[in-house]
Design a protein around this ligand. Structure first.
Ligand code: ASN
Length: 689
């Protein structure tokens, strides 16, 4: 890279001078570093062959250079510590603001990345230098070593234009963030969104609904004091968010503030002055960051369907919040409920109480509900839930008002905007969804009975363990072992039992392997299905950086691979390594393995580290079936390797006559069939969808 651009990275469409706004965000970010990323599952991608610098399926980074790493100045981390890639979307807010000549805080474009790069506690320049070489000004940032954490965090910051005070944000901004996450989803392990605090809970709530079947960690954070000031909460919030997003699979839209990670749609901003600006009144924090990182895995809300991550971007704007007060007039309520209003969050008193002695007001609500205006009853209290304890609340249900239970007004509003925009749901379904717990935003039923303490207590008593810490440790070593044993034995009844005891289906053992890894090695499809339907995380990488998908590939369990792909799993790691895997399979005449890779979304023309494809190797070894298979599956035929040799050259050199004939016949037919072939090729697989 000779020209060094000192500006921070920008988002597609962000500025008129951006080079190619059609590129997905991750590609664009990476191309500014000179290394376009290639998702391993991008068949036929135009990026596929052009780049000579190695990149991996998570981003623009060359894992093959790992061996060159040495400990950095902060360097206690072992040189081979795995890396995690985090995309930071910087939208604005106090965290990046500076004081202007009138001493007022305002966002300053292009300053954030430049300054962060100079902070030794936010960027490990030595590591970056060794990893990316001298032209590292545009390379990703590297978080210095974090004691006790498994992965080294590499992060890239995408700065929005304009940078916004969050008071100026709205639905279009949520859509922009959601779209950018979708485009970059497969290239990063986790996401951090830097955001102003004023409307942060609205954005968090909205994104929690817009992201469907989320499998990765998304953390929104900001600060009360800019990160550039000597006294700041910004540094801690940002650093902790990066550590959590890169090291933990918490498949939720979360909010990090003042040492706690909350479910985003449960948060409210409670202070404009305190550094403890957010609270989650009716839901426990997911993580507490003290000297240790304490993750409460039991409260994490996990998708339990076998479906891919998608983003819903059509949010309905015709929704509003109506807060009751004792002298509110009927005319006000009436006017508020008129078209184009389609959904109203009614903020009532106490446990959902409404002035039922005002018949005209009740009538106005009844009429609106009959016109299919969705009305949800939420309490004005900052804690507690709407229920039918009082007659003054119960009557609202009779006129068709939906109980919002303990939803925050922010969550109820965002949910309404989401539910109303779902074309495929009819009116009854919309009402049903509004009362259902979609993303952990409300508590409507009693939680399932857990017998966890019987089991753990019994073992703890035998071992004479008493402290909470010891009990916690016992739980985290006992459950993964028992769950994995049940999976290995194919014992569904035992697995269900363990779930009842509170076992986390995504728990990692000492090798960071989960039950899903074991089930995928075993190829027990019932187990894989059960685990996915009970919230097992598909993106967890074990000590050796292997995902459940890679395990299924290495054991050629095709059904399991298909199921994982359906659930949003994707290939990770260096694409050259996938090329190596394909070439090794071709050399060993392993058709089944090639098929495993194909089902997993690999490009069968992927080159290995010498520029050779599986077809080169199959030609060299004269493996006729493999050549046939590759030709049938649209492998590219005339690609030269780094020595300039094509598969045909190899076949000719070893005098593999049947292969030579096959390749020549294929080439001859290609001329005539080119346009027809183009139609037959599988659709260009966009790994961002
Ligand atoms: N602390 C903050 O970030 C407040 C700022 N006004 C914002 O929401 O953008």
């Amino acid at each position: 890279m000779d020209a060094v651009d000192q500006r921070p990275t920008k988002t597609p469409g962000a500025s008129p001078d951006s080079e190619d706004d059609t590129l997905p965000l991750a590609m664009k970010l990476a191309s500014q570093n000179g290394t376009p990323p290639v998702a391993a599952s991008q068949n036929g991608s135009p990026w596929k062959r052009k780049q000579m610098v190695d990149v991996n399926a998570h981003g623009s980074l060359d894992l093959s250079k790992l061996s060159m790493r040495r400990n950095s100045s902060y360097g206690k981390m072992p040189p081979e510590a795995p890396e995690a890639k985090v995309l930071v979307i910087y939208t604005g807010g106090t965290i990046g603001m500076m004081r202007n000549e009138k001493n007022a805080l305002e966002p300053r474009p292009y300053e954030f990345v430049r300054k962060i790069r100079q902070y030794p506690n936010m960027h490990d320049d030595v590591y970056a230098g060794k990893r990316y070489g001298p032209a590292k000004i545009m390379a990703p940032l590297v978080l210095p070593y974090v004691e006790g954490q498994h992965r080294r965090i590499l992060y890239q910051i995408s700065e929005y234009e304009p940078l916004l005070d969050s008071s100026n944000m709205g639905i279009a901004d949520w859509v922009r963030i959601a779209t950018d996450v979708r485009q970059s989803y497969e290239f990063f392990d986790g996401f951090v969104i830097l955001h102003g605090t004023d409307t942060l809970s609205y954005t968090a709530s909205a994104l929690s609904f817009m992201f469907e079947n989320l499998g990765k960690t998304i953390i929104i954070t900001g600060s009360q004091i800019p990160i550039f000031e000597t006294r700041t909460d910004g540094k801690d919030n940002f650093t902790s968010a990066l550590i959590l997003a890169g090291n933990y699979v918490i498949p939720e839209v979360c909010v990090f503030f003042n040492s706690r990670l909350f479910r985003g749609n449960r948060t409210v901003k409670v202070s404009s002055e305190s550094l403890d600006a957010f609270n989650s009144p009716n839901a426990a924090p997911l993580v507490k960051m003290g000297i240790n990182v304490e993750v409460d895995y039991r409260v994490i809300f996990r998708p339990c369907t076998v479906d891919k991550f998608t983003v819903h971007v059509q949010m309905d704007e015709n929704v509003g919040l109506l807060r009751l007060f004792p002298s509110i007039s009927v005319a006000t309520v009436h006017a508020f409920l008129q078209a184009p209003m389609r959904g109203v969050v009614l903020q009532t008193y106490g446990a959902g109480n409404f002035p039922t002695n005002r018949a005209e007001m009740i009538q106005a609500l009844r009429e609106a509900s009959a016109r299919e205006v969705l009305i949800v009853n939420c309490t004005q209290c900052s804690e507690g839930s709407v229920c039918d304890l009082y007659e003054t609340g119960r009557q609202l249900q009779d006129v068709g008002i939906i109980p919002g239970y303990d939803m925050t007004p922010e969550a109820a509003l965002a949910k309404m905007s989401y539910v109303l925009s779902k074309q495929e749901w009819d009116w009854e379904m919309k009402k049903k969804m509004m009362k259902s717990n979609l993303r952990g935003e409300l508590t409507c039923d009693k939680p399932p009975e857990m017998q966890e303490y019987d089991l753990i207590d019994a073992v703890a008593r035998t071992l004479h363990l008493t402290s909470t810490k010891e009990l916690g440790q016992l739980k985290s070593s006992l459950f993964p072992a028992m769950v994995n044993t049940a999976v290995l034995a194919g014992d569904l009844a035992k697995l269900t039992n363990l779930k009842g005891y509170g076992a986390n289906m995504s728990a990692e053992n000492y090798d960071r392997r989960t039950a899903l890894h074991v089930a995928c090695c075993e190829g027990n499809i019932e187990m894989v299905k059960y685990l996915l339907q009970h919230g097992a995380a598909v993106h967890i990488r074990d000590r050796y950086d292997r995902t459940p998908l890679m395990d299924a590939i290495m054991h050629d369990h095709h059904q399991a691979i298909s199921l994982l792909i359906k659930c949003g799993a994707h290939l990770t790691g260096s694409i050259r390594a996938i090329g190596d895997g394909l070439c090794a399979a071709a050399a060993r005449n392993q058709l089944t393995r090639l098929e495993s890779y194909r089902i997993a979304g690999a490009d069968l023309s992927q080159e290995d580290s010498c520029g050779r494809t599986a077809l080169h190797v199959a030609a060299l070894y004269g493996h006729v079936e493999v050549v046939q298979y590759l030709l049938k599956n649209y492998a590219e035929v005339n690609v030269p390797d780094y020595l300039g040799l094509t598969p045909l050259d190899y076949a000719l050199k070893v005098n593999a006559v049947p292969v030579v004939e096959m390749l020549q016949a294929h080439q001859a037919s290609r001329g005539d069939e080119l346009s027809f072939e183009a139609d037959k090729r599988p659709p260009m697989q966009n790994s961002f969808d």
